[in-house]
Ligand binder design. Sequence first.
Ligand SMILES: [Zn+2]
Length: 121
Amino acid sequence: METCIECGGKLFGRSDKKFCDSNCRNAYHNEKSRPIINQVRQINRSLVNNRSIIENLANEGVQKVSLKVLRTLGFEVNLFTARKIDESAEEIFFIYDQAFQIRGEDLVILMAEDKHFRATG
Ligand SMILES: [Zn+2]
């Protein structure tokens, strides 16, 4: 007799059944996807945090910040949503709608008026 892979209960009926019912099936799949969902949430939180840091600096009129200072603010340099090479072969990073470049040890925020480019399309 086969048993349910979620609760271990005995299975009746079709021999290819893995679960006693949809509750056990859902519980099993939720459990399996939970670590992935947590990882996605964590990355999203970090991205939103990165975006807020850039937006706040831009709103204060700050355009150039050292990566060292950004790290102390909790900015994760390797986390962005898109990367693009512009017409003059410069690398532009995006965090959603915010755009910046890395020049040496500094991050240079591209202000709204410079944003003729888009992260997508
Ligand atoms: Zn079960």
